[in-house]
Design a protein around this ligand. Structure first.
Ligand SMILES: NC(=O)C1=CN([C@@H]2O[C@H](COP(=O)(O)OP(=O)(O)OC[C@H]3O[C@@H](n4cnc5c(N)ncnc54)[C@H](O)[C@@H]3O)[C@@H](O)[C@H]2O)[C@@H](O)CC1
Ligand SMILES: [K+]
Length: 224
């Protein structure tokens, strides 16, 4: 099984979007549907979805939309500065607003305690805070939220990479979500290898990226 660094995965995504013209939002929707496919829907009704403001967060929003459409209860907690939201995050954020989704921005201790209460009442937590875009140690409110997720001992599904784990090296940057299951997109991220302790069951799900892109970015030799 090929494994890639988080950086290589970002290059593959970018090549797909820029050179083939597959819009990022299409890849994001494919990603969300692949996470949905791996949720035992009859087991869970109340979802807490924790989103950063990058494309990993966008995946969580798109997943939550499908859960809402299927009649599940979803509460979205947003972490980060909305002005820095990625384009595809913003597309999915606006859709959730338009369907009257239950959204809370965690900017204060009050909202943090609301978050803690919500996870106690939930059946399952979706971790879509950071994916391959994690660049530095997790601190502040991000760290508080991840601490609460881990203390809750709830069933946690991490999208692409457990938030806080460096997709390139497997290093924990300050703190990391302890997931029950991680659905990683298209190719296994090198940082996940051997990390079942943190990532739980690791499932690699293709999201529609043609092999020719992987060959072009990684080079023929790596494919053999
Ligand atoms: N178009 C694409 O590239 C696709 C990306 N996908 C998803 O997008 C992810 C990559 O998205 P992005 O590159 O937007 O990055 P992420 O969404 O992983 O996170 C980056 C965001 O978190 C911030 N951040 C990074 N480290 C931080 C820290 N320590 N504390 C606080 N904030 C921090 C960054 O400023 C940025 O806003 C993938 O892991 C995957 O889940 C999928 O939707 C498939 C398509
Ligand atoms: K994540």
């Amino acid at each position: 099984m090929i494994s890639v660094s988080g950086e290589e995965m970002k290059l593959i995504d970018k090549y797909c979007i820029k050179n083939l013209g597959i819009p990022g939002i299409v890849l994001m929707e494919n990603a969300a549907l692949k996470v949905l496919k791996n949720i035992e829907m009859n087991k869970y009704n109340t979802f807490v979805i924790v989103c950063g403001v990058g494309n990993n967060g966008g995946d969580g929003l798109a997943l939550g939309r499908h859960l809402m459409v299927q009649g599940k209860k979803a509460r979205f907690f947003i972490l980060g500065n909305m002005d820095r939201g990625s384009n595809d995050f913003s597309v999915n954020y606006n859709i959730i607003k338009n369907i009257n989704g239950d959204i809370v921005h965690i900017n204060s201790d009050e909202e943090l305690s609301l978050f803690k209460d919500s996870i106690i009442d939930s059946d399952i937590i979706i971790d879509s805070i950071f994916g391959t875009g994690l660049t530095r140690n997790v601190e502040g409110i991000f760290k508080d939220v991840i601490l609460s997720i881990n203390k809750s001992e709830k069933y946690v599904i991490s999208i692409d990479i457990p938030s806080g784990l460096d997709g390139n090296t497997g290093k924990i940057l300050g703190i990391c979500v302890k997931a029950s299951k991680t659905i990683t997109f298209q190719l296994l991220k090198r940082g996940l290898m051997g990390m079942e302790e943190l990532a739980g069951e690791i499932i690699v799900e293709p999201i529609g990226i043609p092999d020719m892109v992987i060959d072009s970015v990684l080079g023929e030799n790596l494919k053999k």
